[in-house]
Design a protein around this ligand. Structure first.
Ligand code: CTP
Length: 404
């Protein structure tokens, strides 16, 4: 049975000449058993009539927000996937700026389903920096884009902006739907952010971790269909992803206790937190006073190494992923961690490299596997790094006899 069977797809048709190509794709989706609801913008109706899409999808085509004021809410909640084809300069601009002035944009505003955007337009519009900036903004928010092809355009000119082939569009749709079930049946635990080790009620030892990588992992695990996702986070400025259970902790000890409470019920554990290795041996109940002292000596003791403890307790069915943020000898240090902590996978990054590290939106990681393999991913937004890491973990579940 096709992955498309029974998947509720909303096709958003915009006003571009490639609207006629979208009609054939809607037909293919419907033939594969996907209930397709078509929403057309007013401009789309100038290119192809609603009747065309109605005949091919066997569903009534929606064009008017005011005809059925609640249609957008129902569609937004129930859809498995939105496909915008062709996506015009206009709709990409509206989406990037939160404009919802018709049925399609209002429905998109209300959905949490994945959105596949398939732009098609004249190359000077496509390469316009305003369009490219809007596209980048949407990609950073998780919208998926299928790149247009280069070739003959509607104007007769050659350039980038051609609507991609039907095969490519159908494959992109199938890939996104398949991905949504990748972690189905699995329970995921992610740690994120720094820990805070208190010196006195006001002061602490902490580190520069922003929590972005861990939060991205939790969000992506949710989007890849995990049965449950628990995010245990040290103090960060970030909003936890919706639909993820979030537990806030401060110290390494608290993080350890919270992780251990949940560890046995999870089968994928990703320790992205930058846990402090040391804490003050004694925390003062009162604020430390400088009162004439010329120097202050702090005595530190080791915090519990959570990951090592998990590595010792790990069961065969559990996958344990550690992180190694290094400034030198990246692979050597990361491999030591893999072995010493009994991990299945280490995600290593050189925090001094441009495009990597705690404060930036991107990361450049090398994945190290138990069998000695390593793989370096290109510089990617943290959300995509997270997705790639989770995809690789899911690969190993496809072959149950094998661990990574
Ligand atoms: N970690 C942990 N508990 C600690 C310290 C680290 O669980 N007390 C985890 C981190 O979440 C990360 C991995 O261990 O997944 C990092 O390994 P570690 O050897 O502790 O690296 P660093 O903290 O960078 O320490 P080192 O100075 O030894 O490199």
């Amino acid at each position: 049975m096709s992955i498309l069977s029974g998947k509720k797809i909303v096709a958003g048709i915009c006003g571009g000449i490639a609207a006629y190509k979208a009609a054939s794709i809607v037909s293919k989706l419907a033939q594969a058993g996907a209930p397709v609801t078509v929403i057309m913008t007013r401009a789309a109706c100038e290119f192809v009539t609603p009747m065309t899409f109605e005949s091919l999808s066997h569903h009534r085509v929606l064009t008017d927000l005011w005809a059925e004021p609640l249609a957008h809410v129902e569609l937004a909640y129930n859809a498995d996937l939105f496909v915008l084809m062709p996506a015009t300069y206009n709709i990409v601009g509206k989406l990037a700026h939160g404009i919802a002035d018709d049925l399609l944009t209002t429905t998109l505003a209300a959905t949490r389903a994945p959105v596949l955007v398939i732009p098609s337009m004249e190359s000077q519009m496509y390469t316009n920096p305003i369009f490219q900036e809007n596209k980048k903004k949407l990609q950073e928010l998780g919208y998926r884009f299928l790149e247009p092809e280069t070739g003959r355009l509607a104007s007769g000119r050659e350039g980038i902006g051609r609507f991609p082939s039907e095969e490519k569009v159908l494959k992109a749709i199938e890939d996104i739907l398949a991905e949504r079930a990748l972690l189905k049946g699995h329970r995921v635990l992610v740690t994120a952010g720094p820990t805070r080790e208190m010196l006195d009620p006001m002061r602490c030892i902490t580190n520069k971790s922003s929590g972005k990588m861990g939060y991205a992992l939790a969000e992506q695990a949710r989007d890849l269909g995990a049965d449950s996702v628990c995010l245990i986070t040290g103090p960060t400025q970030l909003e936890p992803p919706a639909g993820v259970e979030c537990v806030r902790v401060e110290s390494a000890q608290e993080m350890r206790d919270t992780v251990l409470e949940r560890f046995a019920q999870c089968d994928l554990i990703l320790m992205a937190a930058a846990v402090a290795d040391w804490r003050p041996k004694r925390a003062s109940a009162q604020k430390l006073k400088k009162s004439g002292a010329r120097a202050l000596t702090l005595v530190l003791e080791k915090t519990p190494d959570i990951l090592s403890e998990l590595g010792r307790r790990k069961k065969q069915a559990q996958i344990l992923v550690g992180f190694a943020a290094e400034t030198e000898k990246l692979l050597e240090h990361a491999r030591e961690k893999l072995k010493e902590k009994n991990l299945d996978l280490v995600v290593a990054n050189d925090i001094t490299a441009p495009g990597a590290g705690p404060e930036v939106e991107t990361n450049i990681v090398t994945l190290l596997y138990r069998d000695g393999r390593s793989e370096t991913l290109p510089c990617l937004p943290k959300r995509e790094v997270a997705r790639e890491v989770l995809r690789r973990v899911a690969e190993c579940w496809k072959q149950p006899a094998q661990k990574i």
